[in-house]
Write a protein that binds this ligand. Structure first.
Ligand SMILES: Cc1cc2nc3c(=O)[nH]c(=O)nc-3n(C[C@H](O)[C@H](O)[C@H](O)COP(=O)(O)OP(=O)(O)OC[C@H]3O[C@@H](n4cnc5c(N)ncnc54)[C@H](O)[C@@H]3O)c2cc1C
Ligand code: FES
Length: 295
């Protein structure tokens, strides 16, 4: 069954195609949901019924969407009952999928050097953006990604094929999917994983940014998704190098379609402070409006 909700959000009975388990309660699930797959954009999410016995849906970012094959892929980490139930889903099971929801990342051709920063379960939107940029021909897009996690990464890290300016040679661990797409990446963790930068993912990104001349920095835009302290650090990094920055927020949600105002955040617009709904006004916002300069 497929039914249009508010014009661009669809309700579908999604069929689980496959599910893979990784360390630390992380899973990647692929779900057949053709409408969601066709309309998904990087940064958008789906509101997923995890099991018929769990009353509330859970908001989960879309990591990949194949419009032709009609599936979406989601990476999630079990926190409680809902995602635990989802982790028990098997191929062939049916899950109600409401999506895609939200305003995602917008890229500008004048800033083709996209710095993608993903932390923990904030990895999916930046992977989606990386894959999207591969399809765009309107600018010399040159994305690179910095990925951080304090639990084992939900993939087997591999050694990067090429060096990256400002990044020490021993910091060689990269994400295989991105490497396969020809997108440079490096991993950061304070958990001592081999080949990873020992520190915050934003410090890793700074290593690269600080090698750029002012005219190169004008072509940079940062796209970040992860825990709030990481997003605040990304905003500070952007401010320090005077580059554009968008952040993808995660907020507790009930309806996820703009009706309950349960997900509002304070945003500082040129017209003054405003409350915005993360589900439909976001989840992507200009970092400078969410994290204003302090002091
Ligand atoms: C736009 C958006 C995108 C997200 N994308 C991902 C993703 O790609 N992968 C991933 O692992 N997680 C993601 N999350 C967080 C994920 O929704 C929560 O971890 C999940 O709802 C927890 O459900 P649970 O039943 O396992 O945990 P419980 O703690 O049992 O959930 C209890 C209640 O709290 C809510 N809740 C708990 N934590 C959060 C949270 N951080 N944000 C919103 N609601 C929460 C649940 O919806 C539920 O109603 C996203 C959240 C948002 C808002
Ligand atoms: S969750 Fe209801 S308005 Fe956003």
């Amino acid at each position: 069954m497929t039914e249009a909700i508010r014009g661009t959000i669809f309700l579908e009975e999604g069929r689980v195609l496959e599910q893979s388990a990784f360390d630390a309660g992380q899973f990647v699930i692929r779900i057949e949901a053709p409408k969601c797959a066709t309309h998904a954009t990087p940064g958008s999410f789906a509101h997923v019924t995890c099991h018929e016995t769990i009353p509330m849906r859970r908001p989960l970012s879309l990591m990949r969407a194949d419009a032709r094959a009609g599936w979406v892929e989601i990476l999630y980490k079990v926190e409680g009952l809902g995602l635990h139930a989802l982790s028990q889903a098997h191929p062939g099971d049916i899950l109600s999928i409401l999506g895609p929801i939200g305003r995602g990342f917008t890229v500008q051709a004048a800033r083709p050097r996209s710095v993608l920063i993903g932390g923990g379960v904030g990895i999916p939107p930046v992977v989606f953006l990386a894959e999207h940029l591969l399809t765009r021909k309107d600018a010399p897009w040159e994305p690179l990604a910095f990925i951080g996690s304090e639990v084992p990464f939900p993939f087997r890290a591999q050694s990067a094929r090429a060096p990256l300016a400002g990044i020490a040679a021993h910091v060689s661990a990269s994400m295989p999917l991105l490497e396969d797409w020809g997108i440079a990446s490096r991993l950061a963790s304070r958990s001592g994983f081999a080949g990873c930068f020992n520190g915050f993912v934003t410090e890793l990104a700074q290593g690269w940014l600080q090698t750029l001349a002012p005219e190169e920095l004008q072509k940079v835009e940062i796209f970040a998704c992860g825990p709030t302290p990481m997003l605040a650090a990304a905003a500070r990094l952007a401010r320090r190098y005077a580059v554009a920055c968008q952040v993808c927020l995660e907020e507790y949600m009930a309806c996820a379609v703009g009706g309950c105002a349960g997900c509002t955040v304070l945003v500082h617009t040129p017209a003054g402070p405003a409350m915005k709904r993360v589900c439909v006004d976001g989840p992507v916002f200009d970092a400078y409006t969410v994290f204003p300069a302090t002091g």
